[in-house]
Design a protein. Sequence first.
Length: 404
Amino acid sequence: MPIFSPLLTAFRRRAAALVQWFDADYMPEGAEKMRAAPDRVDWMRCIPFIILHAGCLGVIWAGWSPFAVWTAVALYFLRMFAVTGIYHRYFSHKTYSTSRPGQFLLALWGGTTVQRGPLWWAYHHRHHHQHSDDPEDAHSPHVHGFWWSHIGWITSKRNFPTDYSKVKDLAKFPELVLLNRFDTVIPILFAVSIWGLGWLLEIYAPGLHTTKWQLLTWGFFISTTALFHGTSCINSMAHLMGRRRFQTDDDSRNSFILALITLGEGWHNNHHRYMSATRQGFYWWEIDITYYGLKALSYTGLIRDLKPVPPSILEEAARADHATSIAAARRAALVHPEYSTLRRVVPAAAAIAVATVNAAHATMPRRHDDPAIHKDVTELAHELGPQYPDRPSPSPASGSSHGT
Ligand SMILES: [Zn+2]
Ligand SMILES: [Zn+2]
């Protein structure tokens, strides 16, 4: 009957979406057709996110205990390490090596993050690097807006399939393909294990004053929701907030705050400039806890061959910071003399300090054909003007004559 035909199609579509929660490669209409679908929110794909966020409300009934809260915090950081150190720095960029069983173990750990399978994650992330901030980029805040880049893109049907042809180096391992296909299995087992742990603690460690429902709410729902938004900040905020050291052809930025929330991923501009290095904080003061964790793991033998930042990139970074210090010194020199000394000097001093420390970096090669960085910066400091009465104050028109 023709009247039933649209109903039947709608029913089939809903049924397929339901099956896809358990078998991510089930696509009766074909992956290509899904990828060609227009960019819009698919409400069936939103249901897992609604469940995840609604689960946090369980705290109203389950309450809290110090043990449950600390479990949430610990599982946030352990799994943020999995997102950044495993899904990103291993599966997406292969910045270090491991054995095949080691790779499988890492994939299991990654699965607990509830951010789908390792191949889906790597495929989308490699696509992001290829098309950063151009219309093809699935989660550029500049092209699609903040909320789409933060969460909307994951709910769109076109971003659901994994393009195995783009991750052939990973797709050759059937065990990884299996984990990627049934990508809800590990998260469900993980949630049940936390609940089970709470049940055991209720019986055998009553002194902790925690319950199975508290552990499920805090250890799984709250921790996973926070982990999702922490990770998503890199897709949305890391292309909006922070400083651009390298003039990459996207709008990636370096942010200390994002680096703390995401255990080092906030050095996103560094990463876009050179994605093959294991570390994303290029200097000791660019805190990159994931890198420290990976370094520690390398001593156990589980992983090996961590890739360093090449000296040529460090030199480029030092020169970029040097140019920033020059610009800051010039800006400070142009500030009206009635402004406080602190306001005039501090930004320039900070930029000069960064450039100076960079210049002293042990592995940075020196260039003999250009003036030394220290010399340039010291001379520019004198251009700050009135506090050096023997030198004339620079006028905005003349500025500095130093080359950068
Ligand atoms: Zn990016
Ligand atoms: Zn990357």
